[in-house]
Design a protein around this ligand. Structure first.
Ligand SMILES: [Fe+2]
Length: 179
């Protein structure tokens, strides 16, 4: 890993490595979401995007190879933060509302991923590497499509969400105190 980033190539290598860390962490997030999801369609959406995300990791490895670099990851504290926030919120959310919370987390993650790929594609083109941009565009297309799907699912889940607290009364107070 570089101490300092002094050339466009070094900066690009570092950011490509951060994208790799991001995608590997997204795999963990989706695996956790799959365990928590209550609605079958929400679960199916996370399962489908997990398979796509495995492809995103491979595409990033291909980008490293095209540039003639060893695959090397870099820190991505942004995705660590999104993972921590999503995990903490899901933990304190009742099962009847958890799909909504998981989908909201997914929108935030997708926006981050879209920003990462937009930057990587702009800078690949700036280095004259349309081949690398083309590989990363595949990931960006998947993320953009997934964001649309997640937003659609969120509207559907919100429409059927209970209007009353799921655990009101004494039993609910006990559950809330224990959680
Ligand atoms: Fe991804």
């Amino acid at each position: 890993m570089f101490e300092r980033l002094n050339t466009p190539e070094e900066a690009y290598n570092y950011k490509l490595g951060a994208a790799l860390t991001m995608e590997r962490t997204v795999l963990q997030i989706l695996e956790a979401n799959l365990k928590e999801a209550q609605d079958e369609q929400v679960g199916a959406l996370f399962r489908h995007h997990h398979a796509e995300t495995e492809g995103h990791v491979r595409n990033l490895e291909e980008a490293f190879a095209l540039l003639g670099w060893d695959v090397d990851d870099s820190p991505c504290p942004a995705i660590d933060g999104l993972q921590a926030e999503g995990k903490a919120t899901a933990k304190k959310t009742d099962d009847v509302l958890v799909d909504s919370v998981l989908l909201q987390g997914a929108v935030e993650v997708e926006h981050h991923e879209i920003g990462v790929y937009e930057n990587l594609i702009i800078n690949a083109r700036a280095m004259g590497r349309d081949d690398v941009a083309g590989v990363l565009q595949r990931n960006l297309d998947d993320e953009t499509h997934t964001l649309d799907e997640v937003k659609t699912a969120q509207k559907r889940v919100a429409a059927v969400a209970p209007k009353e607290p799921a655990h009101s009364g004494v039993a609910g107070k006990i559950k809330n105190a224990l959680s």
